[in-house]
Design a protein around this ligand. Structure first.
Ligand code: ADP
Ligand code: MG
Length: 217
């Protein structure tokens, strides 16, 4: 499904460069549910951002379903992201001035309204927040916000769902709700990669990748 081959990432913001990833290689198969764990600063977000086509590695190669990802080809890269990759993050990244409905519908901007409503409602049902569609994010709990973000991430039927600390700001009840949803998504054939600090989260994953100082250990 995805293959990272000898990936390094060096940030050169100030005078002293930071080696965030140091020669990392990983293969993840279709339908796998994988946790990436390790201390803060070990390179987890850098790695998942490369997987998501959001930031480019300094060295190495990234293959998505056998095809080399070309970060210099911006149109092809955004097509890959739009059609194949869903992304969720710890603070949900919802737009506060838009309702839950409009947040979920964001990736469907060019679609006719009737069809759009049908699809948004179907995905809201999948994550159990259909009754909340007219609410704004600030009127909803963290667990509900994350479920909206998941519905939005899934609406284009991605093959790969990436989650950077998806339960990091949730209580244990909502953590379980979100993890049950992610497990179901994975059981339906979507590849799921989850960055987490939490052993109870990684326990639901089929494989744990541990990182330290930019390397896999
Ligand atoms: P994690 O997600 O495991 O906490 P990150 O991937 O965010 O780790 O960061 C890895 C290292 O790279 C850290 O030392 C961090 O300070 C540095 N880093 C991350 N993003 C940037 C950036 N945009 N510019 C400069 N340094 C960065
Ligand atoms: Mg991080």
């Amino acid at each position: 499904m995805i293959k990272l081959s000898n990936i390094s990432k060096i940030y050169r913001k100030d005078s002293s460069p930071v080696i965030a990833l140091d020669n990392v290689s990983i293969s993840i198969e279709k339908g796998e549910m994988v946790a990436i764990m390790g201390k803060s600063g070990c390179g987890k977000s850098t790695l998942i951002n490369i997987m998501g086509g959001l930031s480019e590695m300094s060295k190495g190669e990234y293959y998505f379903e056998g095809e080399k990802v070309d970060f210099s080809h911006k149109n092809k890269l955004s097509k890959l992201r739009y059609e194949n990759i869903g992304f969720i993050v710890q603070n949900f990244a919802l737009i506060n001035s838009k309702t839950a409905y409009d947040n979920i519908a964001l990736p469907l901007s060019n679609m006719k309204n009737d069809k759009k409503r049908e699809i948004v409602e179907r995905y809201a049902d999948k994550v159990g927040i259909r009754k909340k569609l007219s609410h704004f994010p600030y009127e909803l709990s963290g667990g509900e916000c994350q479920r909206i973000a998941i519905a939005r991430a899934l609406i284009n039927k991605p093959k790969l769902l990436l989650a950077d600390e998806p339960t990091g700001s949730l209580d244990s009840v909502n953590e379980k709700v979100v993890m049950d949803i992610l497990k179901k998504i994975s059981d339906n054939g979507t590849t799921v990669v989850i960055v987490t600090h939490d052993n109870s989260v990684s326990a639901s994953c089929g494989r744990i990748i541990r990182m330290k100082d930019g390397r896999i250990i």
